[in-house]
Design a protein around this ligand. Sequence first.
Ligand SMILES: Cc1cc2nc3c(=O)[nH]c(=O)nc-3n(C[C@H](O)[C@H](O)[C@H](O)COP(=O)(O)O)c2cc1C
Length: 312
Amino acid sequence: MKYYLAPMEGITGYIYRNCYAKFFNNIDKYFTPFIVANKSRSLKTKELRDVLPENNKGMNIVPQILTNNSEDFISTCRRLQELGYKEVNLNLGCPAGTVVSKNRGSGFLAKREELDMFLDEIFKIDDIKISIKTRIGKDSPEEFYELIKIYNKYSLEELIIHPRTQKDFYGNKPNLQIFKDALFLSINPVCYNGDIFTVNDHNKLAKAFPEVKTVMLGRGILANPGLMNEIKNNANLDKKVLKDFHDEILNKYIEFLDEDKNAILRMKELWGYMIYMFSDNEKYAEKIKKSQDFRDYNEAVLSLFMSQEINA
Ligand SMILES: Cc1cc2nc3c(=O)[nH]c(=O)nc-3n(C[C@H](O)[C@H](O)[C@H](O)COP(=O)(O)O)c2cc1C
C-alpha cells in the first residue's frame, strides 16, 4: 500500500510537511494545499514559498491547483514545471462556500459540460502528469456516475476520491457503495481518501477493498502523527517524540512567520486535532485555546505533556 498526506490549507504547508518527514518519514506523496491559478504565471509569495524545491528537500511533492480556467491551469503548470515539478493535482473537492460559489473545487462538479471542456484543454499538454482529487458530486452521490464517464475520457495519473458530496461537507459517512462502483468503473488508478482515523479504520478499508493500493490520509494524521507508524509497524507513538515534533513545528513557525502571534494561532489550529490523543484533555485544551502569548502557551502545553498520557 502507498500512503499520501492530504493537502490541508493552513496546516500541511511546507513547515508541517518538513517536520512530519523529519520525525516520521513514512509518506509516499505529499500534496500541497491548493494554489489558486492565475493568468500571470507568477505565484503568490506564500504559494511560491510552499513549493520552492529548497523548502521541500527529500520529499515527493505534488502541487495542487484550484481553478476552472484551463489557460490559468496551464500557466500555473508551466511555472511549476520551471520549478522542477513533473506532476500536478487538480482540486475538484474543496467544499468551501467562497470556492463553490465561483464554480471551483467541488462547485465545478455541477458544471459537467464546462468541466469536460476544461479537462479536454488541460489534457492537451502531455509533458506533465495530472491527477484529480474529487468528491463524488455537488448535491447528490448519483452525480458520480456521470462524472466518472468524463474522467474516463482522460489519462489521469490517478483519481483520488473522497466519497462525499459538497453538501456533505465533512458530515455523514464516506459513501463506500459509490466508492466500490468507482473502483469498478474507473479506467484510471483510484486512491481512497476519507475518515481514516485509526488502525481499525485502515484495516477495515483494506479488507473491504483489497484492490486499493493507495490511500490518502488527512485529519487522521493531524490528530495522531503516529498513525502511519501504527498502521505500518504496529508501533505506538512515544510522548517524547510527539513533544519534539511539536517543538520543531512551533520553532519553525516562529522562525518563518512574521508575527509570533501567528505562530501560536497555527499551533492552536493543530491542537484542535491533536488534543484528543491525550487522557483527560479538556482542561488543557481550554488553557491552550486561551493562551495569548508564548509564556501562556508553553506553560499550557508543558503541563499537558507533564500530567497526561497519550491514549492507547
Ligand atoms: C483544514 C482543512 C483544509 C483542507 N484543505 C484542502 C486543500 O487545500 N485541498 C484539498 O484538496 N483538500 C483539502 N482538504 C480536504 C482534505 O485534503 C481531505 O480530502 C479531507 O480532510 C478528507 O480526508 P481525511 O478524512 O483523511 O481528513 C482540507 C481539509 C481540512 C480539514
